[in-house]
Design a protein around this ligand. Structure first.
Ligand code: ADP
Ligand code: MG
Length: 310
């Protein structure tokens, strides 16, 4: 099976055609129609074998996650995802692997109603780069830079499940494994936050590191109340209180949204979002990120967030 046969077999019909795709896979570039009054939101993420996933990991999971992490970035901007491209590097054209990968990718694409419009296929060490594109009403995208002192800091869902699954490995309960291998990008919540949240980010590297990006971009600080960090039932059952903080603020792969908004908007947002929302702290004009325990004492959190090239 050569490159073109591979594309035809596994990717050409991966997702149903969309009316806003004037030209998809097969030419030198795709042609996409942007609705009037909208801007294009573009994001890209690479997953490398041995770095982001094990080389022998289930291909379905790799397919799902490589798109889902990109969709999560669009969610954080408040964008509606529409299209994506796939740059795939594989050592060999293994039909079993490709079939599984394409199935996982298709499931993730179908769930978000996005369609594959092009890509590149090369031979080499396993690596997947996806570029996802979405649309957002002009001027309305949620940036990292809008947080104001006094804003409530909120997160969707629960924190630490994926990090716990990674730590437990094969022993992890299925629900936690799902959180690690099948993250559900918070697309509806992100769109609902458009025009309401003053800043947002998706949590891929752990709350501490990711929230820091909002603080830096907005020129503010934050106080986070540790006892308020939302945990799933599994997490609360399996992790003793003294071990929770590290997993919840420095573990990665949560793919929840963290956003800031005036506290008066909270009630409305809880109703609109359709996912659990927890207020975990407040934005402060005093720079820095502080984690406070139940007695209000500041707890030091070890350096956070995964960084390449350190
Ligand atoms: P070019 O040589 O012009 O870069 P390619 O031969 O790489 O074109 O690709 C041929 C067509 O197949 C292009 O439309 C490209 O977007 C598409 N394509 C290549 N690889 C993939 C892939 N992994 N998934 C989806 N489309 C792909
Ligand atoms: Mg090419």
């Amino acid at each position: 099976m050569d490159e073109f046969e591979l594309i035809r077999r596994y990717f050409k019909t991966l997702t149903p055609p969309r009316r806003d795709v004037r030209l998809g896979i097969g030419d030198d570039a795709a042609l996409l129609k942007l609705p009037p009054g909208h801007e294009l939101a573009v994001t890209t993420d690479t997953l490398v074998a041995g770095r982001h996933f094990a080389e022998d990991a289930a291909p379905e999971g790799i397919g799902w996650k490589s798109l889902a992490v990109n969709l999560s970035d669009l969610a954080a901007m408040g964008a509606e995802p529409r299209w994506f491209t796939l740059a795939l590097t594989v050592r060999l054209a293994d039909p079993l692997w490709l079939q599984g990968f394409a199935a996982g990718l298709r499931a993730s694409a179908d769930a978000a109603q996005v369609t594959l419009v092009g890509g590149d296929t090369t031979q080499g060490p396993l690596s997947i780069t996806i570029t996802a594109m979405g649309v957002v009403p002009a001027g309305r995208a949620i940036r990292r830079s809008g947080a104001k002192p006094g804003d409530a800091i909120c997160v969707t869902g629960t924190l630490g499940d994926a990090a716990l699954a990674l730590e437990l490995g094969e022993q992890a309960p299925v629900t936690l494994k799902q959180r690690l291998h099948r993250p559900m990008p918070r697309l509806k919540a992100g769109r609902a936050l458009c025009g309401i949240a003053r800043a947002a980010i998706d949590l891929s590297d752990g709350l501490a590191g990711d929230l820091d990006h909002i603080l830096a971009a907005s020129g503010v600080g934050a106080d986070i109340h540790i006892p308020r960090l939302p945990a799933s039932m599994d997490f609360a059952t399996l992790v003793p209180p003294e071990s929770r903080l590290k997993l919840q603020v420095a573990g990665g792969d949560d793919y929840e949204l963290c956003f800031c908004l005036p506290p008066a908007q909270l009630k409305d947002v809880r109703r609109k979002l359709g996912v659990p929302v927890t207020e975990i702290g407040r934005i402060s004009k005093t720079k820095g990120l502080r984690f406070l325990d139940a007695s209000g004492k500041t707890v030091t959190v070890a350096p956070h967030g995964y960084r390449h090239f350190v």
